[in-house]
Structures are given as structure tokens and as C-alpha cells.
Design a binder for this molecule. Structure first.
Ligand code: CA
Length: 230
């Protein structure tokens, strides 16, 4: 099996070294970067499978790096996990809207971070195989676009509006990933002029009510947005 490649962008030497050590031990090929500008060059050169990105950096900050990577076709598909400090919710929201895949808040354990990295890499692979299907099953919830039906533990629930169906499908397809309200608005309802209510919270509440006992599958991430539990 070919080793997956990771770039760790972190200016705190201790943290960076611990991460590089732990990911190498897990079989990844790892490069570390402490400076934002150097990190951007390194990522463009190495084209890793994933980037761990600290936000507060000398040279060029993490959000600017994220923006540069997502604006370039060659690097746009590289998953990014942001490494953030407590109280940086607005930066997390900005990063997710720029296209970052996930975030972890300091302090975190290397073990937790490794699990998150593996989940993001796995998700990327699953998405490719499910992209053209109109039916998805996650954690007991099945969303069938063609039959316009949601099944909860095998039982059909058919009173979903087209918007709710699309929203639930999108969240389930990207299970484990956090989306901001703006992101959901543009990704799910963006081009759809039939949507009357553009308030995401209203649609989420309606979905939860309809899926009943499994309602907790859609989590509210305070200050950030929503996530379908992985
Ligand atoms: Ca930092």
C-alpha cells in the first residue's frame, strides 16, 4: 500500500514535532512547516493527501493559505483540517466557508487527531463512489431522492418537502463534516428559486421533527453550524 502524505503546518515547535512523530509512526509520509509562506510552497510542491493547518502563523495566516489552496485547481481538492485555539469560532466558520473539511480545537490528543485525519481521508474515498447515486444510507437513515422518501430504521417517512429532502441528503452524504448555515444555503438551495424559506434553522427543525427518535443524528455545533453524525 502506498503511504498517504500529510503536511503539518504549525509554528509551535513542540506541537509540530509531536504531530510529525505520531503520523510517521502511523505510516504516513509527513512534512512539517512553521511559516505560512513556506507552508504554501511546500503544499504546492508535494501535493499531499491532506493538510493540517494551524490558523495563527507567521508569514501568512492559515485562512489565507486555505484560500490560496482552494482557488487553485491543482490544490483545491486537498482536504484541510484546521487546528484552532479556543474562541476562534468566527475563524472556523470562515475556514469552513472557504472549503476546509474539518477542524480540531487545541488542546487535542494526537490519537484524536489521527482518528479525524483517517475519517476525512476515508470520507473522500466514499464520496467518490457515491457521487452519482440518488440514494444514501447512513446510521439507520436512508434518503431516497428518486422515490422522494426518507426511511428511518426501514420505516418510510414520506412527508418531506423537496428542500428538506435535499438538505438531509447533502448532510448524510457528507456525514461527519460540519457545515455553516451559509454553506448549506449556497450548496443546497443556492440555485433553487422554489425555496420559500431561506432560514436553514427552520428546515433543520422540520427534518428533526419528521425523523423522530433519530433526530439527534443531526447535531447543532454551537457557533458553527450543523453536522450529520458520522
Ligand atoms: Ca500558531
Amino acid at each position: 500500500m502506498v503511504s498517504e502524505k500529510i503536511v503539518v503546518v504549525e509554528d509551535e515547535t513542540d506541537i509540530r514535532e509531536v504531530l510529525v512523530y505520531n503520523f510517521e509512526r502511523e505510516g504516513f509520509v509527513v512534512w512539517g512547516a512553521a511559516d505560512g509562506r513556506y507552508a504554501l510552497k511546500l503544499i504546492q510542491n508535494k501535493k499531499p493527501d491532506l493538510v493540517l493547518l494551524d490558523l495563527m502563523l507567521p508569514g501568512l495566516d492559515g485562512l489565507s493559505i486555505c484560500k490560496e489552496l482552494k482557488n487553485d485547481n491543482i490544490t483545491a481538492t486537498i482536504p484541510i483540517i484546521m487546528v484552532t485555539a479556543k474562541g476562534e469560532e468566527s475563524d472556523i466558520v470562515a475556514g469552513l466557508e472557504l472549503g476546509a473539511d474539518d477542524y480540531v480545537t487545541k488542546p487535542f490528543s494526537p490519537k484524536e487527531l489521527i482518528a479525524r485525519v483517517k475519517a476525512v481521508l476515508r470520507r473522500g474515498r466514499v464520496l467518490l463512489t457515491e457521487l452519482d447515486h440518488n440514494c444514501i444510507e447512513r446510521n439507520g437513515i436512508t434518503v431516497d431522492i428518486e422515490r422522494h422518501t426518507v426511511f428511518v430504521d426501514g420505516e418510510p417517512v414520506s412527508s418531506f418537502t423537496a428542500t428538506e429532502l435535499k438538505l438531509l441528503y447533502f448532510l448524510a452524504l457528507n456525514a461527519g463534516r460540519v457545515f455553516t448555515r451559509d454553506h448549506l444555503l449556497s450548496r443546497v438551495m443556492g440555485e433553487d428559486s422554489f425555496v420559500v424559506d431561506r432560514n436553514i434553522d427552520v428546515h433543520i427543525q422540520a427534518i428533526r421533527k419528521k425523523i423522530g427518535r433519530e433526530r439527534k443524528i443531526i447535531e447543532t455545533i454551537r457557533g458553527i453550524g450543523y453536522r450529520f453524525r458520522d
